[in-house]
Write a protein that binds this ligand. Sequence first.
Ligand code: COA
Ligand code: AMP
Length: 632
Amino acid sequence: MGRYDEVFRQSIQDPEAFWGRAAEAIRWYRKWDKILDDTNKPFYRWFAGGELNTCYNALDTHVEGGRGDQVALIYDSPVTKTIQKFTYREVLDLVAKFAGVLKGQGVEKGTTVIIYMPMIPQAVFAMLACARLGAVHSVVFGGFASHELAIRIDDAKPKLIISASGAVEVSRLIEYKPLLDKAIERARHKPEKCIIFQRPLVKASMMAGRDLDWEELMTKAEPVGCTPVKATDPLYILYTSGTTGKPKGVVRDNGGHAVALRWSLEHIYGVRPGDTFWAASDVGWVVGHSYIVYGPLLAGCTTILYEGKSVGTPDPGAFWRVISQHNVKVLFTAPTAFRAIKKEDPNGDHIGKYDLSGFKYLFLAGERLDPDTYHWARNLLKKPVIDHWWQTETGWPITANCMGIEEFQIKPGSSTKPVPGYNVQVLDTTGRRLGAKQEGLVVIKLPLPPGTLPTLWNADQRFLESYLKPFPGYYFTSDGGHIDEDGYVFIMGRVDDVINVAGHRLSTGEMEEVVATHSDVAECAVIGVHDSLKGQLPLGMVVLKAGVEKDADDIKKELRQLMRNTIGPIACYKETCVVKRLPKTRSGKILRATMRKIADGEPYAMPSTIDDPASLNEIEEALKSAGYAQKK
Ligand code: COA
Ligand code: AMP
């Protein structure tokens, strides 16, 4: 039996012993009563009765242990031409002080705080300061518009919102404050205060009595220590797209999260304290939470906060520059970022300009790593290129090639094997377990390992309905795929209305709700079509109200703007196809999956339940004339 097989077996056969050992790497104020509390199945809780503080484990413990002068955070911002380094001691001082600021505003254990910030160090300090007080943060990605922010404000009901005056997107200035003001205006729940970090690039106008200046508050603040919280207390809420307009508030606890992330850095990513780990993502996504902020700091690594893109800031050599300049050992990003580099620098000329000798592994996730991109990166970098699969819900990888356990031969298209702790299986729609290479629905046998979602914020029932009820005894991932005869897992894509655009998870159901608000639209469907750069892009299929004579181009422009203003630019909604009717089943269900196949030029079968077969031919013609439905 190889090392991986042995470690995996232990994790599944005796999860309590396995995670109990891993938990020794964390400092606890009080050890747990029970490693895995299963008294309220199917809700499982890890390290019940234990007490700790996540910020203490991310900062104080390293300073106390002699890492105070090690760089904890490197802020590398090509868009503002800034590089700033903060040691563990400096981060601790700033976080302790900002926690003092928050405390002064009445934030305490259990208080919810929304953080709507660009990729600046203050975003990291704000997250850690909340953790220090036992407050629950909810970071909202900066590419979301006011409407999305308002939905999250109403659900999380924050006492306080922390934001910044603006950001630069490549070269475009984005003002955050007007978006924040509009969101608060729209939301039913009103935060008591907003703390705004004024960036030199743009000055936010402040609302007297509500808005407070970050720097001003910091000059008067006193540092505060860590508040012990229960292992099972929430550390954060992170909203992610579901199949409706109401995003799901994924809850992360303190204890299981700290244990799992600390373990993952060493065993999955193969890094040690003192190594530099770079997740080129955004603090607004789960990758940013786990692998820009908490994971690397819990493991005593140096983390990088990169305010830029893989291309255009300033060129497709940007990633190689950062890796060589900061001696990055592991880079983690999304395949789309690499497809963007490949498009601009197909021969990898920029790679040769930098010393990448300290660079060991490239990890990719967020969407399936297509074999073309895998081979391109592997051939040019000559380093292991590792696809690994996970979700906002799990918070850390479900399948990976675990560099700290045993390195496997890679099979392009597969994210390798289940990570210890995750008992991954493939079922058919009736719940029958499928054999090797049989395509089906991917599930994880309960209990999930520590660090994964214990529930959804104030929505236990939705948690059960979405994840646990479809297949009792299992967590349903909503991904389709198969496992081959060697145990390699192949994740082929979502089986619900969630699409993946440039590694960002978006809901077509939510987009349909937005399109439907346009006064000329009678009916609509939004589908995800293949895109060679971003993986998928949304495409709207709309039927106009009787009597509307508007030009299709005008409708397209208006819907584009509507989507930008409502969900945000990150939705990447650009294309709309105006059609006479949508194909439906006899019971009235829109045939979205069939339309998607037609749009992508894939073979499709005429559904036996179709109401009128001619409607599908009409759709095919419309899609063809819009430039889609090109046979592969
Ligand atoms: N604030 C405001 N706007 C934002 C934003 C933010 N934080 N992030 C993105 N946007 C805007 C972009 O400017 C763009 O606007 P545009 O339509 O006016 O050009 C739009 O949202 C779409 O952004 P994106 O999909 O990121 O496209 P891009 O062309 O700017 O960049 C890539 C393409 C591939 C370089 C980029 O998507 C990328 O690096 N993706 C990796 C994603 C990732 O790390 N995912 C996390 C999982 S690991
Ligand atoms: P998110 O919650 O934004 O991390 O998105 C999770 C979804 O992204 C998963 O359910 C998958 O559909 C997809 N995904 C993430 N990583 C991978 C991967 N390595 N391979 C295939 N799909 C992936």
